[in-house]
Design a protein around this ligand. Structure first.
Ligand code: SF4
Length: 272
């Protein structure tokens, strides 16, 4: 049904944003900034993103019994704050040194836990396979599907049983087991894009939770693919001009759109 209306191109990042809050898509596609950039949480997000992207290389160079593993993780962590201004020059200029120092000193105390979790989630039991898959990671690049009207870039591309599959790095809290439903849909949407190029069916992907050092494999089910199509249709409608209802959530507190969102809601309640 929605496949007939493919004029509006959508990016996977908009599907991810929709899953956080549909209204965020409305504001972001109208040119408003998505994130409050000069904050400690945003600086932490950048540091953890870079750290998570380095896990595959680290696991490839050090074995689980190697005492140097944690030392190397510390070294990598320390090097990230020097790399950030080169990778994210605009964001780093907004963040500034003081906020960056606060973010890194807060995260430094978690390095040992991150290292132990990273080893146990990629060594114990069935995890050896996960480690191999992780070590196959190559940098992600853009994928596009004309049929879906969807584009996106996985953080990395991994080889899972001979199939090119998506890996994403998340920087928030990790669930007790498995992956958050939003991350499942993120992986499913990227897999649907990637299988068009590879010509093979991507039935799973990997989510790296960098804040805790956990690595989780996720199987993609038909229901996930169905939900991707549903969300895609809804995002397209929002891009077309429809303002979603405001739903108060835990994201509202530090949302960059809070002020305009509250104004729009109180105006709407006066008219309806
Ligand atoms: S303030 Fe809350 S409802 Fe409004 S856009 Fe932000 S997260 Fe969504």
């Amino acid at each position: 049904m929605f496949l007939k209306k493919q004029k509006i191109k959508v990016n996977v990042s908009e599907l991810v944003l929709y899953l956080k809050c549909p209204r965020k898509v409305y504001y972001s596609c109208r040119g408003h900034e998505t994130l409050s950039k000069g904050t400690v949480p945003f600086a932490e997000h950048l540091v953890l993103k870079e750290l998570g992207l380095k896990f595959p290389d680290l696991l490839g160079r050090y074995s689980s019994k190697d005492d140097d593993f944690l030392v190397e993780l510390e070294t990598i962590f320390s090097g990230i704050s020097e790399e950030l201004p080169l990778i994210y020059p605009e964001e780093s200029a907004i963040i500034g040194q003081e906020i960056m120092d606060e973010a890194t000193s807060g995260l430094r105390s978690s390095i040992s836990e991150i290292g132990h979790n990273l080893l146990s989630s990629t060594v114990d039991g069935n995890a050896g396979k996960l480690r191999e898959q992780l070590m196959s990671a190559e940098p992600g690049h853009p994928f596009h599907s004309e049929k879906l009207g969807l584009s996106g870039i996985p953080d990395c591309i991994v080889d899972i049983s001979g199939t090119l599959s998506p890996l994403v790095v998340r920087t928030g809290q990790c669930p007790q087991s498995g992956v958050w439903s939003n991350d499942r849909l993120h992986i499913a949407s990227l897999a649907m894009l990637m299988e068009k190029d590879s010509g093979t069916l991507a039935s799973s992907g990997i989510v790296v939770y960098a804040r805790q050092g956990n690595v989780r494999n996720v199987n993609i089910r038909p229901n996930d693919r169905r939900q991707v199509l549903q969300v895609l249709g809804r995002v397209r409608r929002i891009r077309d001009g429809s303002l979603p209802d405001r739903k108060e959530s835990s994201f509202c507190g530090d949302c960059a759109y809070l002020e305009m969102c509250e104004v729009r809601s109180s105006l709407a309640s006066k008219f309806f």
